[in-house]
Design a protein around this ligand. Structure first.
Ligand code: PGA
Length: 247
């Protein structure tokens, strides 16, 4: 590998600020000599100020609003999370798309806003089971990427996460061939849009566990993981990191 793999936790709506600090301290204490992994903890907004992350660990938010400020009750702007030492923001996660009705247009506004503030989006894309069964996976990926990246001139500060919706939180992992083909397609679309890019980080997400991490990280085109359930326990998260670090 001639790039640093990224292992990102997505805690979703889990962990209080106190629980988050404890996790961070345990995580820091559980490995030495990490030479080749970047670790991202995507924590609830309320936990962003609960610890200062030191490299190779970085903090991410799981969403944001696209406006800098205004009458948007209950929303959080990029400026607010930036001040808390946040480096990344997950955007377009399938739970935001499917439970909260986020559209590619909204996600595009958020990508623009996050980049403008100097933070980095982790843009999630992925097909539903019926998209896959209807042979629409490539079309969906093409559509989600092109719409979310509309008017974005440069992909260098954006991480893509390929997360087949049917594999998220279900214990079903896409098989290695499906993952490789989807990653190839994503790279083909992105290098078509951004021919000058050197390397585009594309993470895989969907039921990544300690037992499958070693094989999944070897799938061509996979440059790391976005991990939900298995990132909530410090031992299982650390074991995934260690499996990736030895590659
Ligand atoms: P999972 O979640 O690892 O629990 O499948 C992944 C995600 O939602 O990012």
């Amino acid at each position: 590998m001639n790039f640093t793999p990224i292992i990102a936790a997505n805690w979703k709506m889990h962990k209080t600020p106190n629980e988050s600090v404890k996790f961070y301290e345990n995580l820091k204490g559980s490995f030495e000599n990490l030479i080749n992994v970047e670790i991202i903890l995507s924590v609830p907004f309320t936990s962003l100020s609960s610890f200062d992350a030191e490299p190779p660990i970085f903090k991410a938010a799981q969403n944001c609003h696209w406006e800098e400020s205004g009458a948007y009750t209950g929303e959080i702007s990029v400026q607010m999370i930036k001040e808390l030492g946040t480096k990344y923001v997950i955007l377009g996660h399938s739970e935001r798309r499917h439970i909260f009705g986020e559209k590619n247009r909204d996600i595009n506004l958020k990508v623009v806003s996050v980049l403008k503030s100097g933070l980095k989006p982790i843009l999630c894309v992925g097909e539903t089971l019926s998209d896959r069964e209807n042979n629409d996976t490539e079309k969906v990926l093409d559509d989600q990427l092109k719409r979310a990246l509309k008017n974005i001139k440069d992909i260098d500060n954006i991480i893509i996460a390929y997360e087949p919706v049917w594999a998220i939180g279900t214990g079903l992992t896409a098989d290695e061939n499906q993952i490789e083909l989807a990653h190839l397609k994503i790279k083909e679309i992105l290098f078509g849009l951004y021919p000058k890019s050197q390397h585009i980080h594309v993470l895989y997400g969907g039921s990544v566990k300690p037992k499958n991490a070693k094989n999944l990280i070897r799938v061509p085109g996979v440059s790391g993981f976005l991990i939900g359930g298995a990132s909530l326990d410090v031992n299982s998260f650390t074991s995934i990191i260690k499996n990736v670090n030895i590659i």
